[in-house]
Design a protein around this ligand. Structure first.
Ligand code: TXA
Ligand code: MG
Length: 331
C-alpha cells in the first residue's frame, strides 16, 4: 500500500472521509500526538487499527469528536464532567464515561465505559468535522514505540501500512492527553498529562490519581504496558545523580559506544559539546521536546543517558511518567 502524506485542505479532507467511510485508517494531527483514526462504529475498521499498530487487543481506544458533536448519543453525562468539558475542552483531556454502547464494542475492548476526546488542534477539528462520525484513534505509532509528534514520525512507523497521513505540523503539546475517569463520585486521573490534577481539582473540588495498585483491577489497561520506548538502550538517572550520569556517559564512550545525553537545559553543559539533547527548562518545554528527542536519539546513538529534570508539580507528573516509561520503568 502506498502511503500519501498530504497537507490539510479540502481535497485531502475529502480523501480522508472517503477512506474512513470505507473502513480504512487515516493518521491525523492533534495538539498532543498524532492519532491513527478509523470509524468507531465499525468492528472491522476498529480491528484494522489494532492490526496496523500491532496493539494488544485488550488496550481500549479513545473516541475523538469535533467540538459541536453531541456526546449524549455516545455516553451518559454527569454534572461534573460537564463542568470539566466547559473548562478544558477542546483540549488535551480525555474523559472516561459510562458508554451508551452506540460505538463498536471493539473500541473499549468490551468495557462498559468509553473514553472521549475533543482535540483542540485546528487540523484535528477540520478532519473530525469533515468525516462527521466518531473516530476511534490511538497514537499513530507502532505499538510500544515512541508516540509520533510529526507526520514524518508517523511515516517512519506506518509507511506502507496506511493510505493517508494528514500533515498538520508538529504537535505542540508533545505528550498524550490526560485520561480522567468521570464515572464515579469525583474524577480520577488514569493517565497524567498536560491538564493536571490541580487544575481539575480547582474546577470540581476534588481529583484523585489512580495509583496503579497491583491488587486493584486495571482501570486503564494501556498503563500496564511498556510504552514510548526508543530503539536505543536507555539509562535513566534521578536529578540528584547528575555526577553518576556523567560518569556513566564517560564509561560508555570509553567502551566505544555512541552515546548521547538527554537532560534539561541547565545540565547540558555537563556533557561534551554537541552530545546533549536539550529538553528546555519548563515542564511544557520538556513535554513538547521529549518524544521528538527520543526519536532523534534512536537514530544517532547506541545508548542514551537520560537525567530527570529537577522541576516537580503541575505537568511534571505527566512528563516524568513518560520519561520513566521510555526508559523501561513502571512496566
Ligand atoms: O493524546 C491522546 O490521548 C492521543 C491522541 C491521538 O488523541 N491518543 C492516545 O491514545 O494516546 P492511546 O491509545 O495511545 O492511549 C489511550 C489510553 C490508554 O492508556 C487506554 O488504556 C486508555 O486511554 N483508555 C481508553 N479507553 C479507556 C476506557 N474505556 N477506560 C479506561 N482507560 C481507557
Ligand atoms: Mg499510545
Amino acid at each position: 500500500m502506498k502511503t500519501q502524506v498530504l497537507p490539510i485542505d479540502e481535497e485531502s479532507l475529502a480523501e480522508a472521509r472517503r477512506i474512513l467511510l470505507s473502513g480504512g485508517c487515516v493518521a491525523f494531527p492533534t495538539e498532543t500526538v498524532y492519532g491513527l483514526g478509523a470509524d468507531a462504529r465499525s468492528d472491522s475498521a476498529v480491528r484494522t487499527i489494532y492490526a496496523v499498530k500491532g496493539r494488544p487487543s485488550d488496550n481500549p481506544l479513545i473516541v475523538h469528536v469535533h467540538k459541536e458533536y453531541d456526546l449524549d448519543g455516545l455516553v451518559f453525562d454527569t454534572p461534573f464532567a460537564k463542568r470539566l468539558r466547559e473548562v478544558f475542552l477542546p483540549g488535551p483531556l480525555t474523559l472516561v464515561y459510562k458508554s451508551r454502547g452506540t460505538v463498536s464494542s471493539v473500541v473499549s475492548c468490551g468495557l462498559d465505559t468509553l473514553a472521549v476526546r475533543v482535540p483542540r488542534h485546528d487540523g484535528a477539528q477540520r478532519f473530525l468535522r469533515a468525516v462527521g462520525i466518531p473516530v476511534a484513534a490511538p497514537s499513530a505509532n507502532r505499538s510500544k514505540h515512541v508516540s509520533p509528534v510529526t507526520a514524518e514520525h508517523v511515516y517512519t512507523d506506518l509507511n506502507g501500512r496506511i493510505p493517508l497521513i494528514l500533515d498538520g505540523g508538529a504537535s505542540e503539546g508533545g505528550i498524550e492527553s490526560t485520561v480522567c475517569d468521570v464515572t464515579g463520585e469525583y474524577p480520577i486521573i488514569l493517565r497524567e498529562g498536560l491538564v493536571t490534577r490541580e487544575q481539575i481539582a480547582s474546577v470540581v473540588g476534588e481529583c484523585g490519581v489512580w495509583q496503579g495498585d497491583q491488587s486493584a483491577p486495571v482501570r486503564s489497561p494501556g498503563m500496564k504496558y511498556k510504552h514510548y520506548a526508543p530503539a536505543c538502550e536507555t539509562k535513566l538517572f534521578p536529578a540528584a545523580e547528575l555526577e553518576g550520569a556523567i560518569a556513566c556517559f564517560g564509561a560508555e564512550e570509553k567502551a566505544g559506544r555512541r552515546v548521547l545525553a538527554l537532560c534539561e537545559h541547565a545540565a547540558c553543559d555537563s556533557f561534551p559539546k554537541g552530545k546533549a539533547l536539550d529538553l528546555g527548562d519548563t515542564a511544557e518545554m520538556f513535554a513538547a521536546n521529549l518524544y521528538r528527542l527520543l526519536r532523534e536519539a534512536e537514530t544517532r546513538c547506541d545508548v542514551l543517558i537520560a537525567v530527570e529534570p529537577r522541576a516537580r508539580g503541575g505537568a511534571m507528573a505527566g512528563v516524568l511518567n513518560r520519561l520513566r516509561k521510555a526508559c523501561g520503568e513502571g512496566k
